[in-house]
Design a protein around this ligand. Sequence first.
Ligand SMILES: *Cc1c(COP(=O)(O)O)cnc(C)c1O
Length: 399
Amino acid sequence: MRWLSDALRILDDKGLLRTIHDRSADGAATGDRLSPVGSRIRIGDRGYVNFGSNDYLGLAGDRRSVESAREALDRFGAGAGASRLLAGGCDLHRELEYDIADFKGAESAVIFNSGYAANTGAIPALAGEDTLILSDELNHASIIDGVRLSRARRAVYRHRDMDHLSSLLSAAAETRKMVVTDTVFSMDGDIAPLQEICELCARHGSLLYLDDAHGTGVLGEGRGALAHFRLSPQPWIIQMGTFSKALGSYGAFIVASREVTGWLSSTARSFMFSTALPPPVVAASLAAVRILREDTAAVRRLWRNRERLAAGLRERGFDIHRSESPILPVTVGDTAATVSLSGELRARNLYVPAIRPPTVREPRLRITVTATHSEEDLDLLLAALSEVRGCMRSGASRG
Ligand SMILES: *Cc1c(COP(=O)(O)O)cnc(C)c1O
């Protein structure tokens, strides 16, 4: 196909052709972790310290999660067999909904197959042509797609700009409204000002839809962004979160009032027309929620590592922008420079992904730090970044 070859060449010329790096199994288990996506990974025949994982707490390889999944595999089989509405779910799905609602202090929960499926299913179920959706300009792509599918009117407010949000809300007094925001912004690592957002929503009678994908297991001692701000669930707050990041498994949830979750399980198309999550996956999520409920040591370790790395980056003059979380964006120049720096780090056995347009406007290295990194891992990264930047500068002055 001629158009396709041309389009691929253009993508390549722009440095936007993506490469998929698949991991290999690693025999070297460390401590009680299997470490498949932890801080050490193997790609091909090389080992790396991984700074690209959202497995913030090391739960993906935690023996307790893995053993629960294995047990569920024996009891319930590999696949769900049908959607939840056609008896595809099992006891584990129900228990997970009960436990996650309880953990979040909310009335009720409904499980979705992924964060992407939750946002593209729940947003259209909650907002239609008669609704105005107010959306932060840096919201995740799955929110943008959910808003498009909803056919609601959309007003995009400047990133975390409460004056802008307030004026857009005031201008739409008579309409049904829903404010939608990431809690932790996935590419910039900053946090939405939920106190102010909640006040605005309460004042203007707007629903609030929170995407807590990167807040779950990370903020508020693991309980998420609302807990972080000491806010409690309200009938007009819909919280989406995922099991796929800090909880080390897969899938997503929405916690809200019983009315909202009941509505979603009868109308959200990604819930209705898709096979339920496999029991072993649900069991791993359930184990992770229970671990987190009882033991927040890993969350504290995560934040200690985050502070150490953020301080080290600042000391060395790297700009981490507005980051307030374990997501640390470091800009180092244009797309070519960013990709090249990421490659230099990879040559030093450090995996730090380069994030490019259209995922972000400004290309950057996106460092994610986890509880499973050692202090030596962090120091290694800091030293390598300084060294590689030095080489690039002298290269640039030569060229
Ligand atoms: C990762 C992510 C999602 C998608 O979640 P998946 O479970 O990976 O599909 C949605 N929203 C945000 C903010 C995310 O970071």
